[in-house]
Write a protein that binds this ligand. Structure first.
Ligand code: 523
Length: 138
């Protein structure tokens, strides 16, 4: 049996908004929006991977807050786990440094205005209540 490899995604929250990131690569994912993050490296704690990925991809200093219950299948052997996160005081504002070409802070009412990656949709739905939204069937 192949070991599963966790990909961590960040529900980066700020003032009731969620950060969405549009992928610029690879071609099959480009143009679709995701919760930013990446693969957990061997021996790495998922929270540390999240902080590292957000630093590399967005140039921010972030803190993982709590895991959103659930696990969403990606292309085998990967599976997506999502953590809420926030920017540390003094962090730079997020910028699309690699893998992304646009970022957007979404309020609960515009959360579905971007074409999320199919596999991120259930994770975004699970993250929505953390924004203070009450739309379980959006
Ligand atoms: N996803 C995905 N949704 C999502 C993330 C963070 C990742 O579907 N929110 C997928 C996309 C890739 C795989 O998970 O198929 C790994 O994500 P990637 O490429 O962002 O991970 P990295 O940055 O660790 O990958 P390397 O470029 O290989 O270092």
């Amino acid at each position: 049996m192949t070991e599963r490899i966790v990909v961590v995604g960040a529900a980066l929250l700020d003032g009731g908004r969620l950060l969405a990131a549009r992928r610029s690569a690879p071609p099959e994912l480009a143009g679709r929006w995701e919760l930013p993050g990446g693969k957990v490296e061997p021996g790495e704690r998922p929270e540390a991977a999240l902080v590292r990925e957000l630093r590399e991809e967005l140039g921010v200093e972030a803190e993982a807050v709590e895991r959103i219950p659930g696990s969403w299948p990606l292309r085998p052997p990967y599976e997506l786990h999502v953590w809420t996160a926030h920017l540390r005081p003094g962090s730079a504002a997020p910028a699309p440094l690699e893998d992304h070409d646009e970022l957007r802070w979404l309020t609960p009412s515009d959360i579905w205005t971007v074409p999320w990656l199919d596999q991120d949709v259930p994770a975004v739905r699970a993250a929505l209540p953390r924004l203070g939204a009450a739309s379980p069937d959006a």
